[in-house]
Write a protein of this length. Sequence first.
Length: 278
Amino acid sequence: MADRRGPAADRDRERERVVRPERIERDQVSFEGGNEQVEGRHPVMEALRAGREINKILVAEGAQGSITELLGKARSKNIIIQTVPRTKLDQISEGRNHQGIIAYIAAKEYVELDVIVQAANNSPRPGLIVVLDEIEDPHNLGSILRTADGVGAHGVIIPKRRAVPLTATVAKASAGAIEHVPVARVANISQTIEQLKKDGYWVVGTDVDGENMYHQVEMTGPTVLVIGNEGKGLGEVVKKRCDYLVRLPMVGQVQSLNAGVATGILLYEVLRQRGEKK
């Protein structure tokens, strides 16, 4: 695989910068299970001031007063805020004193994208990064983190919306790998892929109609593997950003694999190819 940053990159035509419109509707998927809850205005504000990693904040409709300052601070940190009926908070509150607000704390701190790229640059091995496009099952995410650690991947990237964050359930499913694999949480997967291309990575996405079998694409150089949602696969915009689309052989009646299993096959194919190069 040629170095994307070298002369071979001249063959690529300039790609347009795609900005996905900001989604302003309410999140359709709930990922509360397995999160550490912080309830009440003062505790949530203290969590913000302490720099705790917050996956999402739920606020009661019509809440006013000191909560305005709190939400302003949360927005300045680009934390997802979801407005819900007060009855919803009453149902999920553990202490029954939520004061109109509940925050969900991440099981581990996220890192910036640059941290993952720099770690790959400093590694004796070619960069290997996994990008997940709206994975919703915490057990899949935990399994992927476990495999990513096993093959020495430099990091995993997940979107802020429509995807499971780092919860306690994810941590348990990862069997400890969550402590060793850096995870970045980004606002726009498509733009992130474009940035990684500029950093010299070749991008390989998975698709049931991919032109190549998974073992036919060389992945010995800096590689990004993109794995799609468990049901709908890769989004169309993300799919267009990939340099290659690969498929896995399926001879049975079910024409798709569990996302964690598919990721494992691809990651170990990368390891196999790189081992042969040695």
